[in-house]
Design a binder for this molecule. Structure first.
Ligand code: AMP
Ligand code: ZN
Length: 119
């Protein structure tokens, strides 16, 4: 069924508590945890508890949860005190764009200057 946990999915395992993560926030529908390979002083991933391969498929199937991801991204930015300086919310989509984990997730990046356009 759409949204069900996938046995071979790293982020479903983090949601289930089968793989440890440094969780910074959790809601009924989302988990936010620190990226294991941070690309900025703040690098937090916000993921839905339901499994969809990318942000667009999540938004199409469960728009309320997609909205929760954006709300939580904003709360992470507030908690991390990166709002004033500016931060970036990124959804890599597809391997050509750098997506390596095919469970929807937002990267929240900040705490340093961020180049535009991104690489
Ligand atoms: P993406 O490349 O956009 O699919 O993002 C996947 C992110 O997950 C990368 O930034 C990885 O560093 C991160 N990552 C992979 N494994 C873990 C883990 N066990 N805990 C936290 N972050 C992870
Ligand atoms: Zn998953």
């Amino acid at each position: 069924m759409a949204g069900e946990p996938q046995a071979d999915c790293l982020f479903c395992k983090i949601v289930a508590g089968q793989i440890p993560a440094t969780v910074v926030r959790e809601t009924e529908t989302t988990v936010a945890f620190r990226d294991i390979n941070p690309q900025a002083p703040t690098h937090v991933l916000v993921i839905p508890k339901v499994h969809y391969p990318d942000a667009a498929s999540l938004a199409a199937a469960e728009p309320g949860v997609a909205s929760d991801i954006l709300i939580e991204a904003g709360r992470v930015a507030l908690d991390e005190k990166i709002v004033e300086h500016g931060y970036r919310v990124v959804f890599n989509t597809g391997s050509g764009a750098g997506q390596t984990v095919f469970h929807a997730h937002a990267h929240v990046l900040g705490g340093r200057g961020l180049q535009w356009p991104p690489g």
